[in-house]
Design a protein around this ligand. Structure first.
Ligand code: NAD
Ligand code: TYD
Length: 355
């Protein structure tokens, strides 16, 4: 079996659902259930003995060690993290706790467990760390896309904490020989995405008749990957990646934020027209920019394509259509994640960003 951390979050839950749809290999899912973790996403696995959910912290060494001793996983896939840049600006400490200290403790527990293995169990063990393209910093308009060899230049507390965790993972390979793999992925989108991030927030706000808050001039560029393509990349790296290597994962889909918002509005105009017949584009509002806002991210995914034969299945056009449709079809899930804590966050982040 494998141990997945953060498997009740956006990407982790998509990964667990896809994994169990394709294989019978069981998953232990360790998740703290922060505001971003949601068991409703995993409801279809209720009663499925291949999925063992444990609520807990990757920084709880005793818990992690006992799970490893009890279940003897052949791999750990670490998704658990604080993941939202805006939240890291308002309150960086949780990012240091989970992304840096938590990853360190998880590595320590993994090292101790792996050290006791022998034969094929030891050779075949993998620690796969899921990271982000944001560790490479911001690109100018004409710069080449990020390669695995780019210098780390993180600019937000979030990306700095992920960079620190990547360095620890690298050091555990170099120093102790732990068989680690690191993936650095671009922005994901798709089903079960918490509506604090750009794409789900715009869909949810549009439907609720609210403003669509675009930071700054909206010309910042992100490189979008459909979440299920990210999951297939992780499965491929786990299966065939070389220990100690890092793999950039992206879909060659660079888009300016304002273009993403227009695309969503136009799709919604078709799929769920406004009662007054006007376009959702009328709800777009430019608001104060994010401090330290990175201008452009872009992933050069040639290494994973050439060495491991991975390619994304979705184009941006197909992926964004599926995503908008999913949110239209899953309004109950959306309603249930918009708790009091969510509303407090919206007030904190947008309350003082008057247009
Ligand atoms: P998310 O915020 O949706 O989910 C994170 C999950 O981790 C939640 O279920 C949360 O409860 C859990 N968690 C948080 N702290 C924990 C702790 N201390 N112990 C155990 N569980 C804990 O994040 P996501 O978007 O699914 O991202 C998953 C991973 O992928 C993160 O490491 C993130 O940095 C990375 N990543 C995300 C993106 C993206 O676009 N979302 C892109 C590249 C990389
Ligand atoms: P986000 O989804 O938070 O991902 P990240 O910051 O990790 O790339 O934001 C994506 C882009 O969208 C980023 O440039 C910030 C911008 N953005 C807005 O313009 N308005 C918003 O309300 C949000 C949440 C993001």
């Amino acid at each position: 079996m494998i141990l997945v951390t953060g498997g009740a979050g956006f990407i982790g839950a998509n990964f667990v659902l896809d994994w169990l749809a394709q294989k019978d290999e069981p998953v232990i899912n360790l998740d703290k259930l922060t505001y971003a973790g949601n068991l409703e996403t995993l409801a279809s696995l209720q009663g499925d003995c291949r999925h063992i959910f444990v609520q807990g912290d990757i920084g709880d060494s005793a818990l992690v060690s006992s799970l490893l001793a009890q279940h003897k996983p052949r791999a750990i896939v670490n998704f658990a993290a604080e993941s939202h840049v805006d939240r890291s600006i308002h309150g960086p400490e949780a990012f240091i706790e989970t992304n840096v200290v938590g990853t360190f403790r998880l590595l320590e527990a993994a090292k101790a467990y792996w050290g006791e293995l022998s034969g094929d169990d030891k050779t075949d063990f993998r620690f796969l760390h899921v990271s982000t393209d944001e560790v490479y910093g911001s690109l100018a308009k004409d710069d080449s896309a990020f390669r695995e060899t780019n210098r780390y230049e993180p600019n937000s507390p979030y990306s700095a904490s992920k960079a620190a965790s990547d360095h620890l993972v690298r050091a555990y390979h170099h120093t102790y020989g732990l068989p680690v793999l690191t993936t650095n992925c671009s922005n994901n989108y798709g089903p079960y995405h918490f509506p604090e991030k750009l794409i789900p927030l715009m869909i949810v706000n549009a439907l609720a008749g609210k403003n669509l808050p675009v930071y700054g001039d909206g010309q910042q560029i992100r490189d979008w990957l459909y979440v299920k393509d990210h999951c297939s990349a992780i499965r491929r790296v786990l299966e065939a990646g070389t220990p100690g290597e890092t793999y950039n994962v992206g879909g060659w889909n660079e888009k300016a934020n304002i273009d993403i918002v227009h695309t969503i509005c136009k799709l919604m105009d078709q799929l769920r027209p406004r009662d007054d017949g006007r376009s959702y584009c009328e709800q777009i509002t430019f608001v104060a920019d994010r401090p330290g806002h990175d201008r452009r991210y872009a992933i050069d995914a040639r290494k994973i394509e050439q060495e491991l034969g991975w390619k994304p299945a979705e184009t941006f056009d197909t992926g964004i259509r599926k995503t908008v449709q999913w949110y239209l079809d899953n309004q109950d899930w959306v309603r249930n994640v918009q708790s009091g804590a969510y509303r407090e966050w919206v007030e904190k982040n947008y309350g003082r960003r008057a247009p």
